[in-house]
Ligand binder design. Structure first.
Ligand code: NAD
Length: 310
């Protein structure tokens, strides 16, 4: 099974490393020059839980260097980079190529369907985390699990084979009928923590230390839940709120600054349009007012634009 990782950033390189280590035929593509050159020259350096596990010679290419077709493509870009990546991938897909998408956020199935037959889309959500310690260096901690589901399910035998291969590599992949609920539950958590921590300029624990944090959380989640239910998903306010409150202690994610916060600090565009922005967009479709998500999305865009003009 030839597996292509379309994006060799934090998440892609972690999954690719685990599969490569287990003997799978894995290829990476990325357009970040320093990262690609370093991996071509020295291999991917892997540090997990603080331990340097060595350098691994995983084939990596710039997209224009790629040849051949792949059985499985794991898209691992940021949400706003998904569409350009799908354009890039067209020549490398067979009629049967399965495309796995576990990006954070909402609305990816619609984008994927413009390029991929729903029988070939495996949509999902992950709680694995990962990071990069500079070009060519995967630096990650902990473990996680991932849920996926084929968007159209006439024949899911290949999807089940993929699940088995990922599990042999220790990736803890579950074929789940609750995927859409899990996607919304994670998106709801991210809508609250990514957006508010960035606007307030705090980490997750500090957000939890605000005496009225529950009010802020509830205002936003009411919108997420109404829109999610209108989309036909059984989104549960108490579950998302519980998941948020559970990770405030410093021993869990309390000291962590969410990815959107880090993107903003590093002058990169954020995934806001696939979180609060997506809730606003879908709210309009269902005639549901989403003033909190609208406002939060504008504030994040304002910060992005001001950053960009500096
Ligand atoms: P990242 O920015 O580290 O990696 C994305 C990579 O894709 C980059 O190296 C970039 O150069 C490459 N890329 C983007 N567009 C490209 C193109 N057209 N051609 C070639 N290369 C291209 O991002 P990440 O942290 O790995 O996150 C990926 C997705 O996974 C996001 O949706 C994120 O929210 C989600 N996610 C990340 C984590 C995590 O811990 N990092 C955990 C769960 C979910």
């Amino acid at each position: 099974m030839k597996i292509l990782f379309a994006g060799a950033g934090a998440l892609g390189s972690r999954f690719a490393y685990m599969l490569h280590k287990n003997g799978e035929d894995v290829t990476l593509i990325d357009s970040w020059q320093d990262h690609v050159e370093k991996i071509k020259k020295e291999g991917l350096k892997v540090i997990i839980d603080g331990e340097d596990l060595g350098n691994f010679n995983i084939p990596i290419f710039y997209p224009h260097e790629l040849t051949g077709k792949y059985d499985v493509v794991f898209v691992a870009t940021k949400s706003m980079q998904l569409r350009p990546m799908l354009e890039t991938l067209k020549p490398y897909l067979k009629e049967t190529t399965k495309v796995i998408c576990i990006l954070n956020g909402l609305g990816h199935v619609d984008t994927l369907k413009e390029y991929i037959n729903p029988e070939n889309i495996l949509i999902g959500v992950t709680v694995w985390t990962s990071g990069l310690g500079g070009p060519g260096v995967l630096n990650a901690v902990g473990t996680g699990k991932t849920e996926i589901k084929q968007v159209s399910e006439a024949d899911i035998s290949t999807a089940k084979d993929i699940v088995a291969k990922f599990n042999e590599a220790g990736l803890n992949l579950i074929y789940s009928d609750n995927v859409y609920q899990s996607i919304w539950h994670k998106a709801g958590l991210n809508c609250v923590l990514n957006a508010y921590c960035t606007i307030i300029d705090c980490n997750i624990g500090e957000y939890g230390s605000y005496s009225e944090h529950q009010k802020l959380t509830d205002m936003l989640l009411e919108e997420v839940v109404s829109v999610g239910i209108a989309e036909g998903v059984d989104v549960k306010h108490d579950v998302i709120s519980g998941n948020i409150n559970r990770i405030f202690p410093p021993t869990l994610a309390g000291l962590h600054y969410p990815s959107l916060y880090q993107d903003m600090k590093n002058g990169r565009l954020t995934e806001i349009d696939y979180l609060n922005g997506a809730v606003s967009r879908l709210g309009k479709k269902h005639n549901i007012k989403t003033p909190v998500c609208d406002l939060v999305t504008h504030i994040i865009h304002a910060k992005e634009e001001i950053n960009n003009n500096k």
